[in-house]
Design a protein around this ligand. Structure first.
Ligand code: BES
Ligand code: MN
Ligand code: MN
Length: 452
């Protein structure tokens, strides 16, 4: 198997860079044809790799690519999930090479989607090809690759509900998270949830001369910034009443185990160019970005922002605000608490409108299952080290949904690292990581078949 992977490495890389050339940005309708083209390309690649019943399944949004190989009904079935859509590439000016013209530099592939998630998704297609061509596929496998992850997976939810029989499996396998470092493998055993809000403050019915009216009118931007500032206190805790009510405090044992995972505060700071890390009092940086809930403004706009100065009191001010959630917070509940609170703190002289965007629930994955054991043994085989179970700060809302609708846990074997700049300019994925993924995944199947 190792032989096969080494012999085919160059082709594996070229196939991935070909896929990365298609700008499958799901949030921007101008890329619609490209997103559809990506689905077709994945269908072709799955057929070539040896999958049966490969289909581009239509939905009311972007399609889901399905394919399967059922080798033996007495063997476990692995349902592989991944996404072929990517985040927008902007700000373009900050890329060192065009985002959809992949470049290999210092052993890394630079392109939008290189890591999140085309590169990590494609490892599974190539691992599957490897198992097929070396007679070593010991489990049944089903692929379900969607094109709407970055916009909330709305139509995948319907697809899952309507295809429970076809999607029957024992476990879900996903590579869409990261590991601690190239010499420190980890399995992702938790994800944060998400509530995403948009708010609008309206003052006067038109933009006003700030000399004629200034002083006598509530300025929506002044108001909005004050309201936002009041959402966190001096300890960086969120002030929305009831926000922490359902938060489960992680046990001292688990916190102690987390603290053992290698984390260099200085590297964290220098890699993103900050003079100090900042967050909720009483928690370490690792804890703040994984097991604690957050509130962040993602964007804010209003008034005059072009060249020069314009003396104006704007009619409106807007912001997008997201909250990352942890067990057992519920996205719907937090959305309601936020809305109620934000409306209640609006002062006289303005009106406030709160609109929720997509959300998702937090999730924790048990580590005492055969699935986790199979993953752990797989990493041990290829890295020579047991992986560390780690909770991730990001969100994949369909993971808790799979549990709810299909009753299945997800094993999240991420091979990227946090510095791969996913969602940022110059996103990249190490060829080491890509190849290590392709090498490790078949061992998961092997050990799962043996342990089941
Ligand atoms: N793959 C990421 C999530 C991720 C990355 C989790 C690294 C853990 C570690 C996924 O594509 C993503 O970006 N999710 C979004 C949520 C989604 C609803 C847009 C996120 O976390 O912001
Ligand atoms: Mn992703
Ligand atoms: Mn993403």
């Amino acid at each position: 198997m190792k032989d096969y992977i080494e012999k085919n490495q160059d082709r594996f890389v070229t196939e991935l860079t070909d896929l990365l050339k298609i700008p499958s940005v799901s949030t921007d309708s101008k890329y619609k044809e490209d997103v559809l083209r990506t689905a077709k390309a994945i269908k072709e690649r799955l057929i070539e790799a040896g999958a049966d019943n490969v289909e581009v399944c239509k939905t009311k949004g972007f399609p889901i690519v399905y394919g399967e190989k059922l080798v033996d009904p007495s063997k476990p079935t692995v349902l592989v999930y991944g996404h072929y859509d990517v985040q927008p590439a902007d700000p373009l000016a900050l890329w060192n090479s065009p985002p959809f013209e992949p470049v290999i530099k210092d052993g890394k592939i630079y392109a939008r989607g290189a890591c999140d998630d085309k590169g990590q998704m494609y490892m599974h297609v190539k691992a599957f090809e490897t198992m097929m061509n070396t007679n070593s596929l010991y489990c049944n496998v089903k692929f379900m690759i969607e094109g709407e992850e970055e916009i909330g997976s709305e139509h995948l939810q319907t697809f899952v509900k309507e295809n429970k029989e076809r999607l029957k499996a024992d476990v879900i396998l996903i590579s869409d998270t990261s590991m601690i470092a190239n010499d420190t493998p980890s399995v992702t055993v938790g994800l944060r949830g998400l509530s995403y809000m948009e708010v609008e403050i309206t003052g006067p019915n038109r933009d006003l001369h700030s000399g004629l009216y200034g002083g006598g009118v509530a300025n929506p931007i002044n108001i909005l910034t004050k309201m936002i500032a009041s959402l966190t206190d001096e300890n960086n805790r969120i002030t929305i009443p009831g926000f922490y009510d359902k938060v489960v405090e992680v046990s001292q044992e688990e916190r102690a185990a987390m603290a053992k995972a290698p984390f260099v505060e200085q590297n964290f700071k220098t890699s993103i160019g900050i003079p100090a890390s900042v967050g909720e009092v009483g928690y370490s940086t690792t804890e703040r970005v994984t097991i604690r809930p957050t509130l962040d403004v993602n964007g804010i706009w209003g008034g005059y922002t072009d060249e020069g100065a314009k003396t104006v009191i704007p009619s409106k001010a807007n912001a997008k605000i997201s909250m990352r959630l942890v067990p057992h917070q519920s996205s719907d509940e937090i959305t309601k608490l936020f809305t109620k609170h934000f409306e209640s703190i609006a002062p006289e002289g303005v009106t406030v409108k709160v609109t929720p965007h997509h959300g998702g629930e937090p999730v924790v994955i048990p580590t005492d299952s055969v699935f986790y054991k199979a993953a752990s043994k797989a990493y041990e085989t290829t890295f020579g080290k047991e992986p560390i179970p780690m909770r991730a700060g990001g969100s994949i809302p369909i993971v808790p949904m799979f549990k709810k609708e299909l009753g299945l846990d997800s094993i999240m074997m991420g091979f990227g690292i946090d510095t791969d700049a996913i969602h940022s300019p110059n996103e990249h994925f190490g060829i080491f990581n890509y190849m290590k993924g392709i090498e490790t995944i078949p061992f998961f199947y092997k050990y799962l078949a043996e342990l089941s």
